[in-house]
Design a protein around this ligand. Structure first.
Ligand code: PLP
Length: 447
């Protein structure tokens, strides 16, 4: 039996035994959360914090939502886990059908994994294998076309397609080569490119690559509309649709990584819907279970699925899997999450919340250090700069964004910076009052 520890022992163990993700453990000093309710976290000292980062962009309807809690409890009374290697469970089967019905385009098949990176790896491997065993094989397709400053997870495959140098460059010797286009950044446009021509400019760059290399490309991989880990970089309107059009024109597959932007975050259930894009692969995770339990899914088309059918000895199966893929407890949480979307009309309520964020965050533009305020639905970010006119980012090494977040915490709001950017990603269920508290606290943090 594990013994009980007092609060100081817990703090000591948390700093010295637990290895926290994306954290410098030499001076680690994070919150230890004891419980949560709605959009509020309570730490072991009893202090309450508004969860302004949605527990890393995955909490949607709040913590301890009665319907989701009950669905998990009910599932526990049946079975907690069933392997999906040769077995299944009704909750998982029904979830696959529900996702297929919700997803854009003709995505008809679902492969379940446990986390976002795995679902992207699945899409990449499926796409690779597809070209090798379809009726007219194209084995020369051995590379992916990825975007500048892309982030698709932290496994070596996803780091290979990733392009955030601060996270990824160290691992270069371990990575496979990919083709890389520019980051379609709306804030830092190349010299001479007007905002209304931004999309056209970036698409021309992608066209050039495809004209030369399309027959080597397995798939183009994109985070639709917003590159979140890059610092909530917004694509210019029309870029996603144009990129999907180029994929069609040049016969490349399109992988839409909606791990962060999917599940209502941008105002529609899936970001691809904003630009009527129908990808060949759709990766979803994070909010799929409402931010309760690990689950991700890779959705794909019948065309891809068919290329994997054959006799056992043809060895066309997808030899890949994760122990907890399709876990019934996670599936129950996902069903309940989708139920709440329907019952509470979550998406219909978002425009008023997003508008409040737009107005209140917009007021922060006047702060000296705020170079940009950007937003897509319920994802927003403040970028800190040292020179507004030149858009020079404040050096991340200065940890200025971290200082601002620590001041925001004094006001009872938890935010987590990425370099010189402060993402504002509250739960979709946040009330207008809670969003006002968040923006007021941010204003205090910046003052
Ligand atoms: C766009 C995108 N893809 C993939 C991932 C990886 O997801 P996970 O951390 O669940 O592996 C993330 C995580 O933030 C993400 O933002």
């Amino acid at each position: 039996m594990s013994r009980e520890f007092d609060l100081n022992e817990l703090r000591h163990l948390d700093r010295n035994v637990v290895w926290h993700a994306f954290s410098q453990m030499a001076d680690y000093d994070g919150l230890i959360i004891d419980s949560a309710e709605g959009c509020w976290l309570t730490d072991i000292d009893g202090k309450r914090y508004f969860d302004g980062a949605s527990s890393l962009w995955c909490n949607i309807h709040g913590h301890r939502h009665p319907h989701i809690d009950q669905a998990i409890r009910d599932q526990l009374d049946r079975v907690a886990h069933v392997t999906n290697l040769g077995m299944s469970h009704p909750a998982t089967i029904r979830l696959a059908k529900r996702l297929v019905d919700l997803a854009p385009g003709s995505l008809e098949h679902v492969f379940f994994s446990s986390d976002g990176a795995s679902s992207v790896e699945v899409a990449m491997k499926l796409a690779f294998q597809y070209w090798r065993q379809r009726e007219m094989p194209e084995p020369k397709r051995t590379t992916f076309l990825a975007l500048g400053s892309a982030y698709h997870g932290d496994t070596l495959g996803t780091v290979s397609v990733g392009g955030v140098s601060r996270f990824h460059s160290l691992f270069e010797p371990l990575l496979f080569p990919v083709l890389r286009g520019p980051c379609p950044d709306s804030y830092r446009l190349p010299n001479g490119v007007a905002p209304e021509r931004a999309s056209e400019h970036y698409l021309t760059e992608y066209r050039k690559i495809l004209e030369q290399k399309a027959d080597q490309i397995i798939a183009v991989i994109v985070e639709p509309l917003v590159q979140c880990a890059a610092g909530m970089v917004l694509h210019p309107a029309g870029f996603l649709r144009g990129l999907a059009g180029l994929c069609q024109e040049f016969g490349c597959l399109l992988i839409a990584d909606e791990i962060a932007v999917g599940m209502g975050r941008t105002g529609k259930m899936f970001a691809c819907e904003h630009e009527s894009v129908e990808p060949d692969f759709l990766c979803i995770g994070k909010g799929l279970t409402g931010g309760y339990l690990p689950m991700s899914a890779t959705l794909t088309t019948h065309r891809i699925w068919q290329a994997f059918l054959g006799k056992y000895e043809d060895s066309k199966s997808f030899l890949h899997g994760h122990t907890y893929g399709g876990n019934p407890l996670s599936a129950a949480a996902a069903h309940a999450t989708l139920d709440v979307f329907e019952r509470d009309e979550t998406l219909l309520k978002l425009p008023a919340k997003a508008e409040l964020l737009r107005i209140r965050l917009g007021e922060l533009r006047s702060c000296n250090e705020v170079g940009d305020v950007r937003q897509c639905g319920m994802m927003a970010a403040i970028e800190l700069v040292s020179d507004k006119a030149m858009k020079t980012p404040i050096r991340w090494q200065n940890q200025r964004a971290g200082q601002v977040c620590r001041r925001v915490l004094e006001k009872g709001v938890w935010l987590r910076p990425i370099g010189n950017v402060i993402p504002v990603v509250p739960p979709l269920s946040s009330t207008l009052e809670e969003l006002e508290l968040l923006t007021d606290s941010l204003s205090y943090g910046l003052s």
